[in-house]
Design a protein around this ligand. Structure first.
Ligand SMILES: Cc1cc2nc3c(=O)[nH]c(=O)nc-3n(C[C@H](O)[C@H](O)[C@H](O)COP(=O)(O)OP(=O)(O)OC[C@H]3O[C@@H](n4cnc5c(N)ncnc54)[C@H](O)[C@@H]3O)c2cc1C
Length: 273
């Protein structure tokens, strides 16, 4: 039987050299790796001894280490950023034993179409911190679009600006434990002027669509600076700028229809709350 070499770096300086090795992969929670074909893999870099297990606020910025599990993130955010959309999205993901294993870093690097992490992170405009062949921090969108940034790089964490936002998260699944067919993440800020409240900084992201994820920029534009009570929700969700591929139990047209219905419900909930 083929032997896999395990590496257990305990400080970040050791990692770049390990990332240069051929056929050696990073091991986060292992929930995706253990279901993949590891026949060609010769080594795994276990992250547990690295200082990547933090979730904290510093000068108005929330920082989360790549080694944090979904459970750890929701537990700490409840104390330091209690309205954050990630609390709702991550506590509904998978099952309790899985949430105790799935890591932030592994879920960004793997980005499954059923991810309950990526929609909220994209809506929050999170930045990803990397070491290895790419060093420094990069907008999450750039990390996702550029393979050369991702290759032989280790995600050490993410950060985003802490803001008071109204949020809404929805995942389409037939049973709680199913992978989601798509998810909707919405963030809006309502200005608190005396005369009238206005919608500021809307962010709307769908994950699970044809291009894996889509930021609905036209919908966001049509909401900007409107009064929440005046928005004609039915009109703006009628033609959603998003396409789906067929999935088990769902045709593309049906998914688009479902997404429009759920978007209407989502906007009603987040704007009229
Ligand atoms: C039955 C089941 C149901 C699930 N349901 C959901 C769900 O509903 N919602 C949801 O969001 N997720 C769900 N997941 C989790 C999801 O499918 C992935 O398994 C998970 O996101 C991978 O995270 P991990 O920490 O286990 O990564 P790993 O399996 O350790 O690694 C995944 C990939 O990322 C790389 N990697 C790991 N850490 C890093 C890092 N720090 N930097 C760079 N690369 C890295 C690895 O080399 C590998 O290529 C489910 C998983 C299972 C098994």
């Amino acid at each position: 039987m083929k032997e896999i070499t395990w590496y257990f770096p305990s400080n970040l300086e050791e990692v770049p050299e390990l990332l240069k090795k051929e056929r050696v992969l990073v091991y986060g929670g292992g929930t995706a790796l253990l279901r993949s074909n590891l026949a060609r893999v010769e080594g795994l870099i276990d992250l547990k001894a690295l200082p990547l297990n933090y979730c904290r606020e510093r000068e108005g910025v929330i920082e989360i280490g790549a080694g944090c599990t979904y459970s750890q993130i929701t537990e700490v955010l409840q104390k330091i950023d209690s309205h954050n959309i990630l609390i709702r999205s991550l506590s509904g993901a998978a099952s309790t034993p899985l949430r105790n294993r799935i890591t932030l870093g592994g879920s960004i690097a793997f980005f499954p179409v059923w991810s309950d992490l990526m929609g909220p992170l994209l809506a929050l405009e999170a930045e990803v911190a990397l070491i290895g062949s790419s060093k420094g921090s990069f907008p999450l969108v750039e990390y996702l679009k550029k393979r050369e940034i991702r290759n032989r790089s280790l995600i050490t964490g993410i950060y985003y600006k802490k803001r008071e936002l109204n949020s809404y998260y929805f995942r389409q699944s037939r049973t709680h434990f199913d992978y989601s067919a798509f998810s909707i993440s919405i963030l809006v800020k309502k200005s608190a002027s005396l005369s009238a409240s206005r919608i500021e900084e809307p962010a709307i992201v769908i994950v699970g669509c044809r291009n894996k994820f889509s930021k609905l920029s036209s919908l966001e534009e049509s909401l900007k600076n409107c009064s929440p009570d005046e928005v004609q929700i039915k009109d703006i969700t009628g033609s959603l700028e998003v396409e789906f591929a067929a999935k088990k139990n769902y045709s593309p047209d049906y998914l688009k229809h479902l997404a429009a219905v759920e978007m209407e419900r989502a906007l009603k909930a987040v704007l009229r709350s």
